[in-house]
Each structure stands twice: as structure tokens, then as C-alpha cells.
Design a protein around this ligand. Structure first.
Ligand code: ZN
Length: 314
């Protein structure tokens, strides 16, 4: 389990009402707002880290209840702690508007958990987030900004006065999340390009990403992201094979270690994996595709292969 850290105050001088819990890749970062009794959390990590998320939030709240919970998008690493937080404090929960129906009837397929072979405990919601909405968090005015591309329903939060952007998986210091719609032959690269230009137009001076540390060299991050997007767009198979690597690595982060045959069984049971294989990588059997991914991840030290056991390397 990655060690959570509180982001350093310097050199960013965060507002006193805002704290960032930098997590890892299995659990997205959490942003906690405490302004008197007005408290809120943005994103809640992965379900297997729920106890750690609760402990971090409880310590940060200093005895106050959590009143609001907000999700940038409903991938399992951003909303997996929702159920536990709701059980503990019953916060008013806001989700991207386009996900309302799927959450209301808890459609685990539409919500991607079945498709990706990931887990998430069911949760409810009270409010919807739409592009252009305004909300106060930590005594700061934030605007909801639509951020399709990585996830068609994702939103970001931007504070124009402070020029702080909570970007979710739309922009990281080095890149952005997998462009999921393209894996099913739907448009995502064009939307991602537009989101990057939207961010450039906002001119944030600080970005709090969904994963990784805070960064203030936004121009540099945008340049890297544009370069990465161009590379993926030039051959969509690159996005597909990257997605397979990310999903395998994510599963290993969740499990710690798995037998190679169990990993293959998981892959065969995840509908999105089947579709990626059929659409982009069908020149070799799925087992051979997995072997290649495991070798590739081992080559960069992301996992180790020991007697048929695939071991995560953090
Ligand atoms: Zn995501």
C-alpha cells in the first residue's frame, strides 16, 4: 500500500482550508476542505483502501463531520471510498450529471467496474455536477468544467480567483489517463485535445491532479500531454496496449500478487479486455498478449515473475 503523504505547503502555498492527501495509483488523491464546519472531500480512493481513506479524512476533520463528498468521475480509484464515507458521515454527495441514471440503478457495467474487472461498493448521490455549475469549497469559489476524453462524463474543478485546477485524470504532471472511449471505437482523442486547450485557456497556476504530486509548471505538463496525445492518435493501438498494461498493473496493485493463470482468467472475464483484444490486438491469442504485457511490465520493474507468480513491485 502506498504511503499517503500530505502535500508540502511550499512552494505552492495552498489555501489554509485545503489539504491534499497524495495517494498512489490504486487510490486517487483526495482533496479535503475544512472551513469552520463546512467540510468537503473530492474523490475517495479505491475500495480496498477505504479504511485508510477514512482514517486520513477523520484525522483531517479534527472531530467535525464530513458534510460533502464530490467525485471528479466515477472510476473505481476515485469513488471506491464513497460507500464507507457515506456510512460514516452521510455527506451530501455530488457526482457528474451524466452518471446519475447508472448510479441510481447501480449498473456496475455502465459504471465500468464489471468491464474493467475492478471493484466498487455501491453508493448513492444527492446532487449532480454540470459544466458551468459553481460551488463553494473551503470558502473558495469553484467552477465545474466538463472534461471528456479520458472519461466522457468526467469533470474538473477550477477556482478562478486562486487559479487552482483539480484536474482528476484529465491532466497529470506527465500525461493523462487512458482514453477509454477510443477502446470501443468511440471518440476520445478529439475531446482530450479540446480539454487540454480548455485547461490552457484557464491558465491555472497550480494543478492538483488525480494521481501524482501537485505541479505548477502547467505549460510544461500541457506540452507533454499534447505530445503524448499526438503519439497515441497516430496509432490507436498504442492507446489500446497502454490500456492493457494499466489495467493489469492496477489489478496487481489491488491483489499484491497473482498466479499467471489467475491473471489470465481475470483478463478473460473482463469484457473490456476482450473487446480491446478483439478490436486492436487480435493477431495473437489473449494468453500471448498477457505474456507480452507481463514481460514488458517486468522489464520496467513494475512487477516481478517468480515461478508462475506475478508479484507487484509497487
Ligand atoms: Zn479515471
Amino acid at each position: 500500500m502506498p504511503t499517503p503523504t500530505s502535500a508540502p505547503a511550499a512552494p505552492f502555498a495552498l489555501p489554509a482550508t485545503l489539504r491534499v492527501f497524495e495517494r498512489g495509483w490504486l487510490s486517487a488523491n483526495n482533496i479535503l476542505f475544512v472551513d469552520g464546519d463546512e467540510t468537503a472531500l473530492v474523490d475517495s480512493g479505491y475500495v480496498t483502501h477505504s479504511a485508510q481513506t477514512l482514517a486520513l479524512v477523520e484525522a483531517g476533520l479534527g472531530g467535525r463531520p464530513l458534510r460533502r463528498l464530490i467525485n471528479t468521475h466515477l472510476h473505481s480509484d476515485h469513488c471506491g471510498g464513497n460507500a464507507a464515507l457515506q456510512a460514516r458521515w452521510q455527506p451530501r454527495t455530488a457526482i457528474p450529471a451524466a452518471e446519475a441514471e447508472a448510479v441510481r440503478r447501480w449498473d456496475a457495467e455502465a459504471l465500468s467496474f464489471v468491464e474493467t474487472g475492478q471493484q466498487c461498493d455501491p453508493f448513492g448521490f444527492d446532487e449532480l455536477l454540470r459544466d458551468g455549475d459553481e460551488l463553494m469549497l473551503g470558502g473558495i469559489a469553484w467552477r465545474v468544467v466538463a472534461a471528456p476524453g479520458h472519461d466522457p462524463h468526467a469533470v474538473m474543478l477550477y477556482a478562478p480567483d486562486e487559479r487552482i485546477l483539480i484536474s482528476g485524470d484529465a491532466l497529470w504532471e506527465n500525461g493523462f489517463g487512458v482514453i477509454f472511449p477510443e477502446l470501443d471505437g468511440e471518440s476520445g482523442f478529439a475531446e482530450q485535445a479540446a480539454v487540454l486547450e480548455c485547461i490552457a485557456g484557464l491558465v491555472p497556476k497550480l494543478v492538483i491532479p488525480g494521481h501524482g504530486r501537485l505541479f505548477s509548471d502547467v505549460e510544461g505538463a500541457l506540452a507533454r500531454a499534447r505530445g503524448r496525445l499526438g503519439h497515441l492518435r497516430a496509432d490507436p493501438r498504442r492507446n489500446a496496449s497502454h490500456a492493457v498494461k494499466v489495467l493489469v498493473k492496477f489489478k496487481l496493485l489491488e491483489q499484491g500478487s497473482m498466479r499467471l493463470d489467475a491473471l489470465q482468467a481475470w483478463m478473460e472475464a473482463a469484457p473490456l479486455m476482450q473487446r480491446i483484444h478483439a478490436r486492436f490486438l487480435s493477431e495473437q491469442p489473449l494468453g500471448a498478449m498477457l505474456d507480452e504485457v507481463v514481460r514488458s511490465l517486468a522489464g520496467i520493474g513494475a512487477l516481478a515473475l517468480q515461478d508462475g507468480l506475478v508479484v507487484d513491485r509497487g
